[in-house]
Design a protein around this ligand. Sequence first.
Ligand code: SAJ
Length: 416
Amino acid sequence: MRTQFSRVSVIGLGYIGLPTAAVIAARGVRVTGVDVNADVVEVINRGGIHIVEPELDLIVHAAVSTNMLRATTRPESAGAFLIAVPTPFKEGHEPDLSYIRAAADAIAPVLEKGNLVVLESTSPVGTTEKLARWLADARPDLSFPHEVGEEADVNIAYCPERVLPGYVVKELVENDRVIGGITARCAERARDLYQIFVEGECILTDSRTAELCKLTENAFRDVNIAFANELSFICDRLGIDVWELIRLANRHPRVNILNPGPGVGGHCIAVDPWFIVSSAQKEARLIRTAREVNDAKPDYVVQQVLQAAGGKNSPSVACLGLAFKANIDDLRESPAVTVVSRIAKSIDGRILVVEPHVETLPRSLAECPTVEYVDMDTALEQADVVVLLVDHDEFKELDLACLCGKVVIDTRGIWR
Ligand code: SAJ
């Protein structure tokens, strides 16, 4: 692959950084991956991976064994730096930019004239300009685009990741990318970097628009899921089957309602809309309300379970699924975990958890004395109440005769 970047450095080797590093390396460009976690660095340098994502093990192993990818804890000089570190929120749903700040501090000493720095982390509007200011403060000997425009020694751009967990390797290559430069030249240089591995279209804009674009995509989905969840509340009040309602409404050619569930989980959709709310408090009314509607759903499910279990002495409740969505093992910000832990706090019976995608309970649940990790047969044999929390394929294939005589709460509508 002919490119102006003879070496690319990826800062943060997590769910996005590691696959990106491996895909670039697979195109014949040398990649240095940087992570603060020495254990992660060691696993990768042995050709292994520390996260679960289909196909990732193969491409990382190939990249490391051909010496195209090497991991380290300290940044080294490179032609381009791609930052993919987390941006969680702090108290009061305010964005926490400390990982980006730490990445800036780490790469500043090795920056050189002619470098490109691209931020991929989901970020509130204005973060890329902040990154430029942090780098400029650390390196007064270099010029930066927010000060001198197109003449800058270092180019800086924002290019958000948009990949769906479970399909990362495919979507990294195939999805279109929105690339926002602090100047037009910054965006063009970043496009040259992404064209090494992206087969989708690379569309150029400014950094602030690209930042809001990423947040908008996830807020759009959150608002649409909130609409579906609100319909589930309305239907319960009116004695109507929400799944039947949505199926019928979606027969309209311009209506496409998403699915209600036990709440919205994961580290993206439940977080990113708050970055819009925090920067435009007064204006972002719908986006804030959607977050509140979705966040209210786990407690609503808990109340349904308590009601169902109400008449029984020490009821046993089977909870099917812990992951934040179907067919993955990721429990981060999972509404299913929240529901299970709140049920455990509210009833004195046994809580029988089935999750075919993990081997043990997460610590927060293992600490609850009434929560047990069991297989499906045990759960269905012993439970009085069955709560379906995740639409895993294993649960879809269940013979519904097993549910006979139980009170069933199906939060995903797969057993209708
Ligand atoms: N969910 C519902 N009902 C639905 C769809 C989803 O309750 O109809 C729930 C899921 O069960 C899950 C949550 O929403 O708990 C989020 O799942 P998801 O599949 O909608 O999204 P993520 O978090 O896996 O990935 C999203 C994607 N963004 C969009 O689809 C706009 C992905 O493309 C982004 O790259 C990713 O966020 C990210 O990293 O930002």
